[in-house]
Design a protein around this ligand. Sequence first.
Ligand SMILES: Cc1ncc(C[n+]2csc(CCOP(=O)(O)OP(=O)(O)O)c2C)c(N)n1
Ligand SMILES: [Mg+2]
Length: 293
Amino acid sequence: MIDRPAAWVAEAAGGRLLTGDPAAPGPNRAVVDSRIAGEGDLFFGLPGERTDGGRFASAALERGAWGVLVEPDAGDALVADVALTLAALTVAAGGSERRPPDPRPDAEPPQEQTPLGADAVHSTLADVFPDEGIVVLESPSSTLALRNRVRIGRPGSYWFGAGGGLGFGLPASLGVQLAEPDRPLVCVLGEGSAQYAITGFWTAAAYGLPVTFLVLNNSEYSILKWFAGLESVEGAPGLDLPALDCAAVAQSYGVRSERAGSRDELHTALSGAIEAAEPRLVEVAVQPGMSIG
Ligand SMILES: Cc1ncc(C[n+]2csc(CCOP(=O)(O)OP(=O)(O)O)c2C)c(N)n1
Ligand SMILES: [Mg+2]
């Protein structure tokens, strides 16, 4: 734990400390907008007077802050440059006698099953994923499986919509590929998410962008079923998506598409798509339900 005052960290990082205002009305005693983060700032919650961390966080993101580490009931908030803040926090926290924690163990081998689980799909993606590869991710129920299995080491290699509004993934992958024409890019989509900006397939074909689209098709809005369970909602309608055929739709827009059923087929299809100098799509049927592995 940091044993120096938050103000010291703020000063060392050249940042500002926003202190909660206990006199402000209502539960959200926030100090706000005019002093909030700008582009490239880190927004960091610290113990202190209670402030409205959630409101800070969203306003900071809208203004282009790089990172937001504020719990809803955080105290004071520090707004400062990322690198300077981390350097100052390192000094403020001082040395530690504690042995560094062991690295996390590798993920368990995926279960053999048909259709494949999302964990098996992402293990296969990990097998073929190039060192310099980029992932753009919008496959809600397999997000954790991808994060646990695909190792991404280089900056600018992982793109994920922070807000959760669908329709980001497909067009974002085109923009990232335009910005990084020499890096292989895999855009991982759920079959439901793909529908929200489906005409992006036309753009990929028209501009010859060599994106590899990997669509995990579980024939459902899986994460919404999971949310319904969390909220104890029974019988929520409209969460099944039978018969969506993303490969056929993408093909009709001019993107060469194929389906893979087994890990071997997926391995071959993905390697070919990643190497190709044109957009390609690989669709794989997967088990329903959340995949956290
Ligand atoms: C614009 C928009 N509409 C609706 C939603 C609600 N929503 C969140 S996840 C989701 C389902 C996504 O389905 P799919 O891509 O098949 O992913 P799965 O959960 O099956 O992995 C929906 C409809 C949203 N987040 N954004
Ligand atoms: Mg789905």
